[in-house]
Each structure stands twice: as structure tokens, then as C-alpha cells.
Design a protein around this ligand. Structure first.
Ligand SMILES: NC(=O)c1ccc[n+]([C@@H]2O[C@H](COP(=O)([O-])OP(=O)(O)OC[C@H]3O[C@@H](n4cnc5c(N)ncnc54)[C@H](O)[C@@H]3O)[C@@H](O)[C@H]2O)c1
Length: 323
């Protein structure tokens, strides 16, 4: 039998895929989103949509009362554009810190757990080898700092109020419905260029690397982490309520911008070439996550081949595969 669940940010890229998956498994899904970047048409038909700003503590609390007992809040609503966070850190903190505090308060009304979409790359910062969950954290942007603060508030709420919350630190998530402004925005930009028959525009030498993880794999891991929290299978990770489980979600593979473009051209069967521009100030060179812990504990994989995922993304953008 399904559960009543809330997905904040469920009109967005990852949240809408998650809402689809939860509807498919029989849950009663409520989507909360203010459509800042999300799209109403991405919310599954069988979900109930509530247009609301998650940082409005009172309004979210009233909504929680109206919906009635909820088992889980999947909290994905966020200001997820790193550049916006640099330009306006206070706005970023309003959405990403106050918004998370507000979700925790709403969830507490019915003793629900919160599964929080945090970030890997924007929390660990520059790395030379795959970062695991114990790697020191050096958020290079206000966005990363705000996500880290959100994690700390989850742990604190868990200690004070006993919520069985859980945290996923996503790598660079890509796939259908993504837009160019997220952490793996380059995939959407490249997909558009492949479709238009234009060369890639590469900033710097193209050797900078990221960990591109397919959205379907991310959704499966997110649900598995929430299942472990709900069943108590992760109880040993909570050390007396002082901490919450944290799982990296990524492939562990470093893919350079040049490799990404090559994979995309192979997937689509095009040869548009590439153009180079000066390196962008402040850009992280390497970001990659070791997600062995999630694989072992949650029994999930992050194995969707890059070319398959890229092809699905290009096709979603409107392409037809060339022979
Ligand atoms: N895409 C990635 O590579 C990536 C990587 C790491 C972490 N994440 C995290 O995953 C989550 C989903 O990211 P995404 O890529 O799907 O981004 P997205 O922008 O597509 O989704 C975010 C959603 O939140 C909604 N939203 C924004 N502000 C809101 C507010 N104040 N109240 C209610 N809704 C609000 C937006 O309208 C949007 O639908 C975010 O928390 C993001 O920080 C994403």
C-alpha cells in the first residue's frame, strides 16, 4: 500500500522524475513548488500540485495541516544556480536554509522523515580523487554553504525531535528535463548545440572534470535512502540521534568536458567540432564523488552508461537519432 508523501521541487528536473517514480509505486504524491524554475506540466497528472514558496514557514505549516498525516517529505526545492548564489547569497539562503528549516517544521507536525537533496561538488569543492562522505568540506559558493547548513539543521532536528531524516549529496545530475542552469547544465547546453549542428564552446582547455550521474539512478537512490530511513535499516548510522545518514550519489568516474562532448557526438552521430574560450574565473577544476557507501548500504547502482543517458537527453530536447 502506498504512503502519503510530499515532494518539494516536484515541478523541477529531478523532483518531477522522483514524483513520477513515487506515483508509479502507488504513493499519494503532493508536489510543493513555486515554479521559480520548475514547470507545472512536469508534475505528474496523478499528483496533487500546491503552488507555494517553501521558505514561507506559516503557509507551509498550514498546508501540512490541510494535507493531513504525511509519512515522508522529499525536499528538493532549491535555488540551485551557483551563480545566482554568488550574486545574491541572502536570497539563496532564504530559499535553501530557511526553506529547509521550514520543511523540517512542517514535517514535524506529523512526525514525518525528511529526505534532503544536498550536493557533493558544491560542498566538497575542488578534489584530486573521488570524495567520500568523510572528505573535508570546503563549499566554494554560498549555494554549497547553504546546502551544508541544511544538512546540519536536519541532524539537529533529528537530535531534538527524533525525525529519521536522511541526506543525499548528488554529483552532477543529467537527463531529460534538465535545464542549462543546474550543476550539470553543460549537458543541456551541449545537447542543444549537437541538435543545432553547432560546435561545442569550451571554456579553458576542456580538461576540467565532473561526475555525471543519470537522473534515473539518482531517483532510485533517493527512494532507497528514504526507505532505509523509514524502516530503520539505517539506525546504526544515527549515533544516538546526533547525526543523520549521508550518502554520496555519483558514479565515481571523472569525465572531462572534452570527453563529454566526444560522448555526445558519438551518441548522436555528429561531428560539429569545438571552439575554445578563456577559462571562467572561479570554476572548480575537478569534482567527483565516491558513492561506494550508497552502493553497499542501499544496494543501488549508478551504472547508466553515459552515452545512453546523453542520448535520452538529446532525444528529449527534440532530436531524432541519425543512422
Ligand atoms: N541538478 C544537479 O546536478 C544537482 C546536483 C546537486 C544537488 N542538486 C539538488 O537537487 C535538487 C533538485 O535540483 P534540480 O536540478 O532538479 O533543480 P530544479 O531547479 O529543476 O528544481 C528545483 C525546483 O525547486 C523549485 N523551487 C525553487 N525555489 C522554490 C521555493 N522557494 N519554493 C518552492 N519551490 C521552489 C523550482 O521551481 C524547481 O521546480 C535541488 O535541491 C538541488 O540543489 C541538483
Amino acid at each position: 500500500m502506498g504512503e502519503r508523501v510530499v515532494v518539494t521541487g516536484g515541478a523541477g528536473f529531478i523532483g518531477s522524475h522522483l514524483a513520477d517514480a513515487l506515483v508509479s509505486r502507488g504513493d499519494e504524491v503532493h508536489v510543493v513548488d513555486n515554479l521559480a524554475t520548475g514547470r507545472r506540466e512536469q508534475v505528474p497528472e496523478d499528483a496533487t500540485f500546491h503552488e507555494l514558496d517553501v521558505s514561507d514557514v506559516d503557509a507551509l505549516g498550514e498546508l501540512a495541516d490541510r494535507i493531513g498525516p504525511v509519512a515522508r517529505w522529499y525536499h528538493l526545492a532549491a535555488q540551485a544556480d551557483v551563480r545566482v548564489s554568488v550574486e545574491d547569497p541572502a536570497f539563496d539562503a532564504k530559499v535553501n536554509v530557511i526553506g529547509t528549516i521550514s520543511v523540517l517544521a512542517a514535517a514535524r507536525r506529523h512526525g514525518a522523515l525528511v529526505a534532503f537533496a544536498s550536493t557533493g561538488g558544491a560542498i566538497y569543492g575542488e578534489v584530486v580523487e573521488p570524495a567520500d562522505e568523510s572528505t573535508p568540506m570546503h563549499p566554494p559558493s554560498p549555494y554549497g554553504a547553504a546546502k551544508l547548513a541544511g544538512e546540519v539543521f536536519l541532524a539537529q532536528d533529528s537530535r531534538l525531535n527524533g525525525g529519521a531524516h536522511t541526506v543525499m549529496r548528488y554529483a552532477n545530475v543529467y537527463g531529460p528535463r534538465q535545464d542549462p542552469h543546474g550543476e550539470a547544465g553543460v549537458v543541456a547546453i551541449f545537447a542543444g548545440r549537437v541538435l543545432d549542428g553547432r560546435p561545442a564552446r569550451i571554456f579553458g582547455d576542456g580538461e576540467q572534470t565532473r561526475d555525471y550521474v543519470y537522473v534515473g539512478d539518482v531517483v532510485a537512490a533517493t527512494i532507497a535512502a528514504a526507505d532505509a530511513a523509514a524502516s530503520g535499516a539505517d539506525a546504526d548510522l544515527r549515533s544516538g540521534g546526533a547525526t543523520v545518514p549521508v550518502y554520496n550519489v555519483g558514479t565515481g568516474r571523472m569525465t572531462s568536458v572534452l570527453e563529454l562532448w566526444d560522448a555526445m557526438e558519438r551518441a548522436y552521430g555528429s561531428t560539429n567540432g569545438r571552439e575554445f574560450e578563456p577559462r571562467r574565473e572561479g570554476e572548480i577544476l575537478n569534482s567527483v564523488l565516491d558513492a561506494s557507501f550508497a552502493r553497499e548500504r542501499l544496494g543501488v547502482t549508478f551504472d547508466t552508461p553515459l552515452e545512453d543517458g546523453l542520448l535520452a537527453t538529446i532525444e528529449w530536447l527534440g532530436g531524432t537519432v541519425r543512422a
